[in-house]
Design a protein around this ligand. Structure first.
Ligand code: APR
Length: 313
């Protein structure tokens, strides 16, 4: 038995998470929780009605009632608000920390043993807030960013090198934003180094495109942000947990004396299994990679200080 609740489930990302899990029968039960009246119920019913077509017995439904997430093994949080005209970074953070507070308090009440996967942005700092508010152990509170960032990076490599996406292995470190650190040195295609396939200039261009990958989609969509790749990234993480796959994936993990950083959440390679983040892996980095990682972490740390201030208010 495995049950996953998606808070913000009537939104774009939440719907893809739910559909990914339902179509591949990764879990037994999926609950879409949202504050919009009737919408999660409608989306849940529509998805339930799609299950006979592809032959899935997942019990998927939507609700406005948080108590329905009782007994969840995993709670995914996509509930958040995007920046609106006139809002500065701090205004936006305030709104999303308030949503985090409301949502995580409900998780604490109804699913105290759940693993929390945070998705809403800014994901690194909101995951920190979720850990503070829930009081859950750090290995059970983490965020989704790196699986998405590596997926983008791998897609760009496949497009440029004209090879199968299936054979590309990659790792991305750091905060989820323009300062993230894709690692070409740890990227391979079918076990061969990336440099065998692409020139330094091409690799540099791909790294740059990966860093701004979220913005590229936003500017094309005009309203809203990406949801297919983010949603499927979360579904992959959920599968790793419920099937105890011990996947080696980049997640927004709590760093406690890792790479010289402490009391901060940021992208790092981990082993993901039934207990959540079972191990944060420390890999060898060159001086330059370490400098880029530190720079990225310093951005997140500034956000964490803002979160601490907001939580004290
Ligand atoms: N409780 C439950 N649901 C909420 C709450 C709340 N307190 N506050 C907001 N929501 C819901 C909204 O009603 C909406 O349905 O969260 C959903 C968010 O969905 P969208 O606005 O469609 O946003 P989406 O594109 O799904 O992105 C969600 O994921 O990738 C990140 O940056 C993205 O932070 C954003 C998040």
């Amino acid at each position: 038995m495995s049950k996953v609740s998606v808070i913000g489930g009537a939104g774009f990302v939440g719907q893809i998470v739910a559909f990914g899990l339902t179509k591949s029968e990764v879990v037994d039960e999926v609950v879409l929780v949202d504050i919009i009246e009737d919408k999660p119920q409608g989306i849940g019913l529509d998805m339930r009605e799609s299950t006979p077509i592809y032959g899935s017995d997942v019990n998927i439904y939507g609700t406005n009632d948080y108590s329905q997430m009782a007994g969840s093994d995993i709670v995914v949080v996509t509930a958040g608000m995007p920046r609106k005209p006139g809002m500065d970074r701090m205004d936006l953070l305030k709104v999303n920390v308030n949503i985090c507070n409301a949502v995580v308090s409900q998780i604490k009440q109804y699913a105290p043993n759940a693993i929390i996967i945070y998705v809403a942005n800014p994901v690194d700092v909101l995951t920190y807030a979720a850990k503070e508010i829930s009081g859950f152990p750090a290995h059970k509170v983490f965020g989704m960013a790196g699986v998405l960032d590596t997926a983008r990076y791998r897609a760009f490599i496949a497009m440029e090198a004209n090879v199968s996406t299936k054979d590309i292995r990659a790792m991305v470190l750091g905060g989820h934003g323009d300062s993230m650190v894709p690692l070409p040195r740890y990227t391979s295609i079918g076990g061969l180094p990336l440099s065998h396939f692409l020139s330094e200039e091409k690799i540099e261009a791909i790294v740059k495109r990966t860093r701004t990958g979220g913005g590229e989609i936003v500017s094309l969509l005009k309203t809203g942000s990406a949801y297919y790749a983010p949603g499927m990234a979360v579904a992959e993480m959920v599968e790793a947990i419920v099937r105890d796959q011990k996947r080696v994936l980049p997640v927004v993990a709590y760093l406690d004396n890792k790479y010289g950083f402490s009391d901060v959440y940021a992208g790092a390679p981990v082993i993901l299994g039934r207990n959540g983040v079972e191990k944060v892996l420390e890999i060898d980095l060159t001086e330059e990679e370490m400098r880029a990682y530190s720079e990225s972490i310093s951005h997140v740390k500034a956000g964490v200080e803002d979160v601490k201030t907001l939580l004290r208010e």
